[in-house]
Design a protein around this ligand. Structure first.
Ligand SMILES: Nc1nc2c(ncn2[C@@H]2O[C@H](COP(=O)(O)OP(=O)(O)O)[C@@H](O)[C@H]2O)c(=O)[nH]1
Ligand SMILES: [Mg+2]
Length: 184
């Protein structure tokens, strides 16, 4: 790995409720950016950030884990955090160490208590927040339902920058508003 100046490093806390897809997303980002050569999975116990025997056995994160994605001359450190409230202390520590928060919300579950707690912590630290809606391929997934849930329960100051193409079994990809491109 090349060396980065501190101005070219971003630390992002990946937060949200348990089982919203944080660890899976971190693994995918590291893989797609080329920083990790292997696409791990929760089922096989091969993700980058759920590596302790306890985490692999339970299938969810207990401790902070760090992976990174090198993207456009920037090193993005992805701090994966536990979502269940028993382990909220580590999630709050992850937010404290980061420059911003990426809040993962499941497309079927919507805003949950872990989403609320971590979002509020990031806002109270005046950190920028990016929401990622996961699980769009699942039955009964609703991007618009989650978007409205976020607006009503978390903040009205939220704008979509990418939207899904299809939902549930029809999910095919995403459309990007900034670049006006679709990725299937
Ligand atoms: N269908 C589907 N399953 C997903 C997706 N993302 C994660 N999962 C599964 O959801 C479960 C919880 O994911 P995980 O990454 O451990 O969530 P975390 O607790 O927020 O870290 C695992 O079984 C994942 O394989 C997704 O986009 N679609
Ligand atoms: Mg996890």
């Amino acid at each position: 790995m090349r060396e980065y100046r501190s101005s070219d490093i971003r630390n992002v806390a990946v937060v949200g409720h348990g089982a919203s897809g944080k660890t899976t997303l971190v693994d995918a980002l590291a893989f797609v950016s080329g920083s990790s050569k292997r696409h791990g999975s929760i089922r096989d116990g091969t993700t980058l950030t759920d590596y302790s025997p306890d985490e692999i056995e339970r299938g969810y994160s207990i401790n902070l884990g760090c992976a990174h994605a090198e993207w456009m001359d920037t090193k993005i450190n992805l701090i994966d955090t536990p979502g269940y409230l028993d382990f909220i202390g580590d999630a709050l520590a992850g937010i404290a160490a980061a420059d911003g928060a990426l809040v993962v919300v499941g497309a079927t579950a919507g805003v949950e208590v872990g989403t609320e707690k971590t979002f509020q912590e990031a806002v109270s630290r005046q950190d920028p927040v990016l929401f990622v809606i996961s699980m769009l391929d699942k039955e009964n997934a609703s991007f618009d339902g989650v978007y409205q849930d976020i607006r009503i329960r978390l903040t009205s100051k939220v704008v979509p920058v990418e939207i899904p193409i299809g939902e549930g079994a029809q999910f095919r990809g995403i459309g990007k508003f900034f670049s006006k491109k679709a990725h299937t």
